[in-house]
Ligand binder design. Structure first.
Ligand code: TUI
Length: 314
């Protein structure tokens, strides 16, 4: 049994968070992950407060275990959702794609654990000073919005910059990745892509199939020119977008091309116009299985790896 300080802090059994994937991580998936002993996280994405409230209530009807909400700070509804998480008394708030400083005091006053995603040492130091409970260090192997640094490089630097527990994210899909994250100084992991194949994950069947069939070089990053790099499967849409991006399409037209693409992938499985967010680990996702089984497999896989680690020390 592997336990770490984050388990005690949050009241969870295993130190595994499920990533707050926009349009994907709903109340049903989050509840399944929390029931499985990890931390299930509902994604607010670009949705309004009412949607998030409804998903929190769905999760609460399915589990009594702690749940989290991820607030995507570029969302036009971020202020509204920041209030909803207080009213609904969620246990944990994670944030992404920005700096959550202005919300932290109110969340803490409401007894919420604040765990921001950081992609730089500067933000890690600021979040530590402002009273975050822990930090998620997410490297650019992850799906969706990506920072500049890889997990291997980011995690140790974040660990050196903070006294808080650090959760590693990006490029982790099995027990080996979990064990490696601990070696880098993290005390837990967050996985997004691995949970795309969960039975309780309600994405379109063709999205799941694409993830399960993916091979090593199946993802790419687009959107750098507009300042929001995003990792997704290398589909027709991603190739077309990349061509437009480097072919000089004006910013407004490029913006339009990306509008609604996440939803088209998740709800319609649209090959031509959908943007299928995915981390580099897609190739390591082999089958559909219950979220609880995924968590057990990762935890059980990590134990022999960690035991064997001591053999290197003579
Ligand atoms: O946020 C994510 N992943 C996401 S958000 C998303 S929705 C979206 N759609 C279109 C364009 C952009 C986003 C899909 N996937 N992961 C967490 C994450 N946060 N990764 C990197 C960061 C990050 C980057 C910069 C966090 C903080 C930050 O700091 C900015 C600052 O002001 O210091």
């Amino acid at each position: 049994m592997i336990k770490s300080e984050i388990c005690e802090l949050l009241g969870i059994t295993y130190p595994i968070f499920q990533g707050g994937m926009a349009w994907i991580a709903d109340g049903k998936l989050a509840a399944a992950v929390s029931e499985g002993g990890g931390l299930g996280i509902i994604a607010a994405g670009n949705a309004p407060g009412d949607y998030v409230r409804e998903q929190i209530q769905i999760a609460r009807s399915l589990t009594e275990k702690p749940i989290g909400v991820n607030i995507m700070l570029l969302s036009p509804f971020a202020d509204e959702v920041a209030q909803v998480v207080i009213e609904e008394k969620v246990n944990v708030v994670t944030t992404g794609a920005g700096n959550p400083s202005k919300y932290i005091k109110d969340w803490k006053a409401a007894g919420i654990h604040v765990i921001p995603v950081v992609a730089s040492v500067a933000l890690a130091k600021l979040m530590t000073r402002l009273g975050a409970s822990a930090l998620i260090a997410e490297g650019g192997e992850s799906g969706g919005h990506v920072g500049e640094l890889t997990t291997m490089v980011l995690v140790p630097q974040i660990c050196d910059a903070t006294t808080l527990p650090v959760i590693a994210a990006g490029g982790i899909a099995d027990g080996r990745g979990f064990a490696a994250a601990l070696m880098l100084g993290a005390c837990g992991v967050q996985m997004g892509t691995r949970f795309l194949s969960a039975e309780e994950c309600s994405i379109h069947a063709s999205y799941k199939e694409k993830i399960i069939k993916a091979t090593d070089l199946c993802t790419m990053v687009t959107g750098k020119r507009l300042g929001h790099p995003v990792r997704s499967l290398r589909t027709q849409f991603a190739r077309d977008y990349s061509k437009a991006e480097y072919g000089g399409m004006p910013d407004e037209e490029l913006e339009m091309l990306g509008n609604g693409a996440l939803r088209l992938a998740v709800q319609k499985g649209d090959d031509k116009k959908g943007c299928f967010l995915s981390g580099q680990v897609a190739a390591m996702v082999k089958q559909e299985q219950p979220a609880g089984e995924i968590i057990k497999e990762v935890m059980e896989g990590a134990e022999p790896v960690l035991r064997r680690a001591s053999q290197w020390v003579k």
